[in-house]
Ligand binder design. Structure first.
Ligand code: SF4
Length: 315
């Protein structure tokens, strides 16, 4: 897989638990204005919640695209949201989508913003799918947890509009944080709403704590102090603290049952529990980006020709 200046292979932390297909990661911005308390970018990006465009981004992307094979998967974005507030004016993500789809790449948009609806006209012209994160339907809780992001209802409406335009959609119910959004009622509410919105696939995972994000979370939710102990008793994967495995399995098993009952497919992210994943799907939902001619690909996550599984080194 040839890497470019801005089209980078997605394996930033060489994690052992990732089951993602081989893909490029593309981030038009450094930093993100959604300012989610649990966000991990604060561990490696200076001034993490001040989004700024990458220098010469579109010029570099155009150059990169002259060197890579068409048909490969690009995930936009895995680090800073492609629809972070400055995108409304700067339209870097919109321009990037045009370049990528014109070059025959498959694109998986990963966002927490309803601004993606603006780009339905572009997305519908190529092999694309849209993944939107909703962690809770409780507007009050979401505004504390993800203070710069659009409300959950706005995100669900965006999923509805994108699905209605014929572009496959994915819900990321992620992260699940014990004591905040792990109750059956909370999970059911999100899943029911996603089903109504036409979502095809759900990805879920539990919160993986890092020292800085845990500090932010507990300073806004001091009532969650006991959660710190749960993480102490759990597993350590690289610099991440995980909940105890039995607890993660119970939470994700609950989500899985509700998702399957609702008629959608399911996968977990970086949990080391691939047995929970639906058969025949890519965990990140990228199997849904195969449309038009590429539907002929025999195995959506496994064909070398179009860039299939490459060892799962992302986290
Ligand atoms: S939207 Fe994603 S990148 Fe942006 S602050 Fe939230 S978790 Fe971080």
């Amino acid at each position: 897989m040839i890497e470019g200046r801005v089209l980078r292979r997605f394996d930033p932390w060489h994690g052992s638990l990732c089951t993602c297909p081989t893909k490029y990661s593309l981030s038009p911005y450094t930093g993100c204005g959604h300012s989610c308390l649990y966000c991990y970018i604060s561990a490696y990006i200076r001034d993490p919640f001040r989004p700024r465009p990458k220098k010469d981004f579109l010029r570099n992307l155009s150059k990169d695209l002259t060197r890579v094979k068409p048909g490969q998967l690009v995930s936009m974005s895995n680090s800073s949201d492609p629809y972070t507030p400055p995108e409304e004016e700067l339209m870097l993500s919109r321009s990037a989508l045009k370049l990528l789809l014109n070059a025959g790449m498959r694109v998986l948009v990963v966002t927490k913003s309803d601004l993606v609806v603006r780009d339905i006209d572009v997305l519908s012209k190529g092999n694309s799918a849209v993944s939107i994160t909703v962690t809770t339907m409780d507007e009050g809780l979401a505004s504390r947890l993800e203070p710069g992001a659009p409300s959950p209802e706005m995100r669900m409406k965006a999923l509805e509009k994108v699905s209605s335009a014929g572009i496959p959609t994915i819900l990321r119910l992620d992260p699940i944080i014990p004591g905040l959004n792990d109750s059956k009622d909370s999970i059911s509410e999100v899943i029911d709403r996603a089903r109504e919105a036409g979502v095809k696939h759900v990805v879920s995972s539990t919160y993986k704590a890092r020292a800085d994000s845990l500090r932010r979370l507990l300073s806004s939710f001091p009532e969650l102090e006991s959660v710190r102990d749960l993480y102490r008793r759990g597993e350590r994967v690289g610099s991440y603290m995980y909940l105890p495995r039995s607890m993660r399995k119970a939470i994700l098993g609950r989500v899985r049952s509700l998702v399957l009952e609702a008629g959608m497919t399911f996968a977990v992210c970086r949990e080391g529990m691939p047995e929970l994943n639906s058969v025949g799907v890519c965990c990140d939902g990228s199997h849904l980006t195969f449309r038009g001619k590429l539907l002929l690909a025999p195995d959506p996550c496994g064909s070398d020709e179009i860039g299939g599984f490459g060892g799962g080194n992302c986290v």
